[in-house]
Design a protein around this ligand. Structure first.
Ligand SMILES: Cc1cc2nc3c(=O)[nH]c(=O)nc-3n(C[C@H](O)[C@H](O)[C@H](O)COP(=O)(O)OP(=O)(O)OC[C@H]3O[C@@H](n4cnc5c(N)ncnc54)[C@H](O)[C@@H]3O)c2cc1C
Length: 397
């Protein structure tokens, strides 16, 4: 069986690519095993990045490239269609909405060639009884001994199962997303617009002067027979749902590029499971959604994954011992301690982020006044400054 001396990362999403890049910047070689046959840079349309995420991107050395792709967002405008209330809040810190393709491609391009191996789907992970090294088995029947494994394999993570983490749960909500292009330019302000009516929420963020990202969060319908794989069905259903929304919202959905329309269930790892969970075992750990998938209500899941990458690589570089002759290689010695430190430094950050996200989501979906009241009280008591999470600084690499 092949023995892999490099750090093996499972999954080439935002988190896996950012982790590989952070390790590369610390001189630690890694290989990323991705189940898809090519880079997954067309899903999910766009992603909002607040100042905590920009700090992490700066550490990864890609912030300046990405700034060229998206305009800064200056304020939040929250409109309640039910009672006509409008609230305007200046955006604290740097906020931009990136096309996911730009983010994924930029992270990928910054990696040494051949770091990512495509078409490698992890099937299982076990500890070898003799060596206690992790053995990774892939669905093509191949297996490798890996010295160090980082699971960045998303919401249905096989590495998280190996760590015995509790299963992720589904919010009673789903999200539709898309990108709309205005060839002659849109006239929207550089703002994050949120329009709410009862338990429906539409968000709109300009990416540049022509391209706009939008999302719609709506209650999940059990035994729904609509075909959410069909972009035209997504468009029709969303237009029906938002028939009482302003005309410019309808028009935005009508002109959305069908290729960018997607529907997703919203998953989360319960904050109390995050608090109690054990996120590393020996030289195996998790990062990104595999560790802390959360709803999109604060738009922080991706940025939290970028922060993980910086903290993880910093700890590995500090604690691991290395061969310095050529490229540094992590040895087993120190890795366990590095992972313990990483989990310790990330735990309360992700518990608080996911608790605030959870309560915000529950408030949006609360059916009774009592539930709404409880969510509001907890949010006010626990998160006095609702934007406090963007002040977090993951530190230097
Ligand atoms: C509607 C919506 C809106 C969002 N908006 C925002 C936002 O505005 N801002 C923000 O910061 N975050 C946002 N998020 C969250 C963000 O999208 C995620 O947190 C982020 O994409 C997670 O990245 P990841 O790399 O951890 O996981 P993923 O993107 O899921 O990547 C996992 C990768 O692992 C691969 N993989 C999975 N299993 C295996 C296997 N067995 N073997 C090999 N490879 C495997 C997959 O193919 C994939 O490439 C939003 C999420 C949703 C659903």
């Amino acid at each position: 069986m092949e023995v892999n001396d490099e750090v093996v990362i499972i999954g080439a999403g935002i988190s896996g690519l950012a982790t590989a890049l952070a390790l590369h910047k610390k001189g630690i070689k890694s290989v990323v095993m991705e189940r898809s046959e090519s880079l997954r840079n067309t899903t999910g349309s766009a992603i909002g990045i607040r100042q905590n995420g920009w700090r992490a991107l700066h550490q990864l050395g890609v912030a300046e490239i990405l700034r060229q792709t998206a305009i800064p967002i200056h304020r939040e405008r929250i409109v309640s269609l039910a009672d006509g209330k409008v609230e305007e809040i200046p955006m604290g810190g740097e906020t931009r909405c990136l096309r996911r393709k730009d983010l994924i491609d930029t992270l990928y391009d910054a990696l040494p060639p051949a770091t990512v191996k495509f078409g490698c789907q992890l099937e299982s992970i076990k500890l070898d009884p003799n060596t206690t090294k992790p053995v990774l088995r892939f669905i093509d029947g191949s297996s490798i001994f890996a010295k160090v494994v980082i699971g960045c394999d998303g919401v249905k993570s096989i590495v998280a199962d190996f760590l015995n983490l509790k299963p992720t749960k589904m919010f009673p909500f789903c999200g539709v997303r898309g990108l709309s292009n205005y060839p002659n330019g849109h006239s929207f302000a550089h703002e994050f617009l949120r329009i709410r009516k009862h338990n429906k929420l539409v968000g709109r963020l300009p990416i540049d002067d022509h391209l706009v990202y939008w999302f719609c969060a709506q209650p999940y319908v059990p035994r729904d027979e609509r075909n959410w794989e069909d972009p035209e069905e997504i468009r029709r259903s969303t237009l029906d749902l938002l028939s009482d929304y302003p005309k410019e919202i309808q028009e935005m959905i009508e002109i959305t590029d069908a290729k960018t329309l997607s529907f997703s269930h919203l998953w989360y790892r319960a904050p109390w499971d995050l608090l109690m969970g054990t996120f590393c075992k020996g030289t195996v750990t998790v990062a990104g959604d595999a560790m802390h998938v959360m709803g999109p209500f604060l738009g922080q899941g991706g940025s939290a994954g970028l922060e993980d990458a910086v903290v993880l690589a910093r700890n590995l570089a500090q604690m691991g011992s290395f061969h310095v002759e050529t490229e540094k290689k992590v040895t087993v010695q120190g890795v366990e301690e590095a992972f313990n430190q990483y989990v310790k430094q990330r735990k309360m950050r992700v518990v608080r982020l996911s608790l605030q996200t959870y309560l915000t989501g529950m408030l949006l979906g609360a059916s009774s006044r009592l539930k709404k009241f409880i969510c509001i009280v907890l949010l006010v008591l626990l998160f006095r400054n609702p934007s406090g999470h963007i002040d977090y600084d993951c530190g230097s690499l």
